[in-house]
Design a protein around this ligand. Sequence first.
Ligand code: SF4
Length: 330
Amino acid sequence: MEQRQDRFSPDPRYLVQVRHLKQYFPINTGFLKTTMLKAVDDVSFDIKKGETLGLVGESGCGKTTVGRTMLYLYKPTAGEIWFDGQKIVPGPALTQFRRRAQLVFQDPYSSLNPRMTVADIVAEPLDVHKLCAGKAEREARIRELMGLVGLNTEHATRYAHEFSGGQRQRIGIARALASNPEFIVCDEPVSALDVSIQAQVINMLEDLQSRLGLTYLFIAHDMSVVKHISQRIAVMYLGHMVELAPANELHHHPLHPYTTSLMSAVPIPDPRESRRQKRIVLEGDVPSPLKVPSGCPFRTRCSRAAKACAENAPEFREVSPGHYVACHLV
Ligand code: SF4
């Protein structure tokens, strides 16, 4: 992965390229005292066209902030976002990007306006980006989008609160698809749903991906969900990316102690294998992002931490083709 901030040239194999992304939020920590909360601190990665990159980590690790900053819902503190060979900066490039990149929200209950009908919710991006020439075209497109996500088109005039959680998430996905995007950030799209519904929504996302050629950043805290849908997986801890590798490689050969612990919690279907599985439980809590430890951010919970870990931050480097890790001992 290219590390220099200057002279970056985009690689046509990738739809999305993120370089040295930082997102800091000023937090009031006392009388006239402000501290920077480093939600995302120097994160770089690429996503290939048609690929799903899973982004996993505990709650508060910065993964949602990465997704939202990539979509320019928050202005980045520093760093670059490249999309289809073009650097995203405020102006015409950002307007175009906002049509071509969309977000599916985590909570299908709060993300849909209860006073709007399904038709109006789904058509919102059509109206914002002026994508339909007239009423008939708008209605036809609404029917098409509802059909794509398996919703009954006769329910277009109903309100969102009349639907179940799974159906509401389908409405959210139809809205995200309305502008014909190429890239979708799926921010924990199934974590608010019943387990029985989760598989249906994930299968639908996979089906839509192959039919429409979509590229996903799939954010989740549950490694088993991410492992199922992603070709590659990135792991975040306290605003930093600590490991990135093909899903299979990360599953069988996790290198970072934090990834090893996450992987040890993924259930194994085979009972004999499962009995052999050794669960690695991390000690202590995630430190406050306002007080990130010196050196390696994971060192306060790492059983292998050495003196060097407190002194220098490990570099995020490629240790085998396509496998990146930030740990002094690897
Ligand atoms: Fe643990 Fe040190 Fe590696 Fe950090 S750099 S993960 S503290 S061994």
